[in-house]
Design a protein around this ligand. Structure first.
Ligand code: 5AD
Ligand code: SF4
Ligand code: FES
Length: 348
């Protein structure tokens, strides 16, 4: 095995140059995945946490150039679920056995902090972990939701290259995004972040920087997905992100932050059939099946071709269970909080 992979597996530390080299090394993809799979088994085990994802609104005040929910996209049927509908979906997900509910939406200002706090309070009564993913908000909002019982928050940094970020997310500030992540950490959330792989103008060194950033902020969860061009956006004609490169990102993150929760993302399963399973065998330990139903399920169209758009929550739940079993893995019990392993990492 390549000495740098051994070094990563042993010390969980690599320099920017070393990371950049490994990200460039297509021929090391399998070896990296094997090392990451071993680390995954040792640190987080064979159980795979399923998080039930509710996509409650596709209305967004932002205009990210890669995303189908961007406010200038006129080709999208917009929807917004009622708070009572969101809670109903959570109840169904709980009945299907999901122990974490993820409440995700575009940056829809209809959902005031108070309305979302009520949603959180209602879902927490189901005895599940609640993850919010509703974009950039004030510290006060984050605090209110934390007090209402929210356990986790997902906010991808998308890219740590501030000028690329501000070019692709017009009107948004990279500093504010970092501020949000900092506030969330300070408020005691488990914090998930992550990036897109293959954005136009994004180099390998920038992806290496992303990994160092995740380590620096001690992220609890890391969601990584390939950029998938959406014809209804300004980046519709750009080439998609590379699957093997995305896979090397996942593997390197497992090696460098071995006790993190890492989802096999829907985008990985969309860009390549069986892509989620490959991710699960390359360091990932979480899957986030969609538990939304009806029109909403079809219209949360970040990118085209999203898998499972025509399936039901029950179908995805049993499908995933079968897929995991055939890989020698199983659905983990419990709410799946990050289990910090300080001794393995030599930090005790
Ligand atoms: N391809 C892949 N992922 C995308 N996202 C948004 N648009 C795309 C796209 N075209 C991701 C962003 C965002 C998450 C909800 O979806 O990283 O954080
Ligand atoms: Fe809105 Fe998020 Fe899409 Fe940007 S990536 S347009 S903030 S939903
Ligand atoms: Fe949705 Fe297989 S996970 S159909």
């Amino acid at each position: 095995m390549h000495s740098l992979i051994q070094k990563a597996a042993r010390s969980h530390r690599l320099s920017l140059e070393e990371l950049t080299f490994l990200l460039s090394a297509a021929e090391l993809t399998e070896d990296l995945a094997a090392a990451a799979d071993e680390a995954r088994k040792r640190y987080v085990g064979d159980g795979v946490h399923l998080r039930g994802l509710i996509e409650f609104s596709n209305i967004c005040r932002q205009n990210c150039c890669y995303c189908g929910l961007r406010r200038d996209n006129q080709h999208l049927q917009r929807y917004r679920l009622e708070p009572t509908e969101i809670v109903k979906l959570a109840e169904n997900a709980k009945a299907l056995g999901f122990a974490t509910i993820v409440v995700q939406g575009g940056e829809d200002v209809f959902f005031t902090a108070e309305i979302l706090a009520e949603v959180v309070t209602a879902i927490k009564k189901l005895d599940v972990a609640v993850t919010l993913s509703v974009g950039e908000r004030s510290r006060q909002d984050y605090q209110l939701w934390r007090e209402a019982g929210a356990d986790r928050y997902l906010l991808r940094i998308e890219t740590t290259d501030a000028s690329l970020y501000e070019k692709l997310d017009p009107g948004m500030s990279h500093a504010n995004r970092r501020r949000c992540l900092q506030d969330l950490k300070e408020l005691g959330y488990e914090v998930g972040t992550g990036s897109l792989v293959g954005l136009p103008g994004q180099g390998l060194e920038s992806l290496a920087q992303d990994i160092l950033f995740f380590q620096e902020i001690d992220a609890d969860m890391l969601g990584i997905g390939p950029f998938i061009p959406n014809p209804d956006t300004p980046l519709g004609h750009e080439p998609p992100g590379d699957f093997p490169l995305t896979r090397r990102m996942v593997s390197l993150i497992r090696l460098l932050i071995p006790d993190a929760n890492i989802p096999a993302t829907t985008a990985m399963g969309t860009i390549l059939p069986g892509g989620r399973e490959i991710a699960l065998a390359s360091g990932a330990n979480v899957v986030m099946p969609n538990v939304t139903v009806g029109e909403a399920r079809l219209n949360y169209a970040l990118y085209p071709g999203k898998i499972c758009a025509n399936d039901s929550p029950a179908k995805c739940r049993s499908c995933m269970e079968g897929r995991l079993r055939s890989m020698g893995r199983f659905v983990a019990t419990g709410q799946g909080f990050r289990q910090r392993n300080t001794t393995e990492r030599g930090l005790s």
